[in-house]
Write a protein that binds this ligand. Sequence first.
Ligand code: RIB
Length: 321
Amino acid sequence: MASSSPNILVIGSSNTDLIIQVARIPKPGETILGGTFTRAAGGKGANQAVAAARAGGDVTLLARVGCDANGDQSIAGFSTDGINVSHIIKDKSNPSGVALIFVGADGENSIAVASGANDFLSPGDVRKANRLISKAGVLLLQLETPLATVQEAVRIATRAGVRSVLNPAPAQPLPPALLKQLYLLTPNETEAELLTGIPVSDIPSAEQAALKLLAQGVQNVIITLGSRGSFIAGEGIRQPIPGLKVVAVDATGAGDVFNGALCVALAAGSPLLVAAQFATAAAAISVTRLGAQPSAPTRREIEATVRTGRVTHRTTRKPNK
Ligand code: RIB
């Protein structure tokens, strides 16, 4: 990457993840025994902030948590990772977000979220951070906080000439005016399908969907395809990026790790393709580990994987970090 300590502002959610690893994800009405329980810090915004910090970014997280033990523990974890927590709002009226997650033996998951304070991160909260947004190297957002808040942040960033990256997860329809202001949109297959109406299941369908999003005014698109890698379109590029072969333990947060690492490389001046390769390596490492934030790799680990094309570091962090 071109420079050190790239400056990333993440605006988004923070949750506590209650994870049960099971042989397979239960069907409606079914009870499955034999699970293993783990509690870990999560939430798409916070996961992306942690991933960006471990990948070498100078990261600030703007989020809302409750005045409760879950919120305190999350903030303590962010501080350990060197994230600037001075813009995290402690909400007196709403609890911290909680996610219930099943992880099957194949590493796939099923997630339900009680958003709590995340639902109250408001356009007003974002306006108060006007100067912070205007000074960001890259602004990174997701959709676990209100859409109006995302729109306000992107509007401020665009006015200040700051690049906005939106990971549109969980999927929801997006206003055309928002799409036109984005430097980069990073949907997965299901999110790309919801946004374009094109079922995405392979590289050709991902290319079709990416071109449709570019036609809607997004400057660049990366559609992530899980173990098959991703498809990147924009800035004179149109190509697939292969995934790395790994033994999957837990895919939870892999997309978040991809986005956090991607923004660090972009803010450091890397071209989009190089940034996407760095992010692909980071995400591949993360799926070999349990949990969202515990799975985010360090920059040293990511660089080793970029160099060798293999995931060599599989050390699992303590679950509550
Ligand atoms: O992307 C994974 C995240 O989604 C989990 O950490 C969970 O909190 C949900 O927000």
